[in-house]
Design a protein around this ligand. Structure first.
Ligand code: KIV
Length: 276
């Protein structure tokens, strides 16, 4: 079976079926996320804090993002694989942005890329236009955009028409401009439910929410939060398993077995010595 395409996502959207998306940063998790049946896998720059031990997404390099994406690509059969362009791998010049976006497809096997856009962000909107003209599908990302955290001043809910928040109209206008430039979908992160609804009604491509409430066309979450591998819980997320404690129990059991001599037994040895 071939992978989900952006056309398949559009078909799901047009038939009113919710779209599912989760993150993955390596092959073992990507394999399970793919077998679990999501439509799309985002190799997010959230790898920075969830996978690579950084404090946030800003230090993630292009080479690290490409390496994560290639690992996910090797494990995925069915889902659309979206490579997330890290901080300053786009935006400094149009040519470099397009070249870097192309590397996600040529070198890492991504089917599309995602990039964050500030309210009315002219540069990124032009990059989307150039990429899509050349055949690189782009997913937009508006609302709270973590790469601009220092500029925004924190993870404030967007679309609330307050000082620390891009206004609802700015989000709607930016989404419309991204779609006019060719974006096949828009991620809405940490926005008021009303603003998410307004954007969803304004555009004719799927909106994918994270902390955007109910009136969007699909949902994305960080898999580490979903499976309980992040040591934290967030209002916008839902935890379905507790792998942190499962992994720790397994490690403790292994340590206890080795220390007590329970492991290894003759069963784990090659040509074991027969002990009478
Ligand atoms: O990097 C990421 O995981 C993301 C999602 C939160 C949408 O951008």
């Amino acid at each position: 079976m071939s992978r989900t395409t952006i056309r398949d996502l559009q078909t799901r959207y047009e038939s009113g079926e919710p779209i599912t998306m989760l993150t993955a940063y390596d092959a073992p998790i990507a394999r399970q996320v793919d077998r679990g049946g999501v439509d799309a896998i985002l190799v997010g720059d959230s790898a920075g804090d969830n996978h690579m031990g950084y404090d946030d997404t800003l230090p993630v390099t292009l080479e690290e993002a490409l390496s994560n994406t290639a690992a996910v690509d090797r494990a995925v059969d069915d889902a659309l694989v979206i490579g997330d362009m890290p901080f300053l791998s786009y935006g400094t010049s149009i040519a470099e942005s397009v070249e870097n976006a192309g590397r996600f497809m040529k070198e890492a096997g991504a089917d599309a890329v995602k990039l964050e856009t500030a309210p009315y962000g002219e540069t990124t909107i032009e990059i989307v236009d150039r990429c899509t003209e050349l055949g690189i599908p782009v997913q937009g990302h508006i609302g709270y955009t973590p790469q601009r955290n220092n500029e925004i001043g924190g993870a404030f809910v967007q679309g609330k028409d307050r000082d620390v928040s891009a206004g609802m109209q700015a989000l709607v206008d930016t989404a419309e401009e991204l779609v006019a430039a060719g974006a096949f979908s828009i991620v809405l992160e940490t926005v008021s439910e009303a603003a998410a609804k307004a954007v969803t009604e304004a555009v004719d491509v799927p909106t994918i929410g994270i902390g955007a409430g109910r009136y969007v066309d699909g949902q994305v979450l960080v898999t580490n939060d979903v499976i309980g591998l992040s040591g934290e819980s967030f209002k916008l997320s839902k935890q379905y398993a507790d792998l942190d404690s499962k992994i720790r129990s397994a490690v403790e059991a292994y340590v206890a077995d080795v220390e007590s001599g329970e492991f290894p037994t003759g069963e784990h040895a090659f040509e074991p010595i027969d002990e009478e």
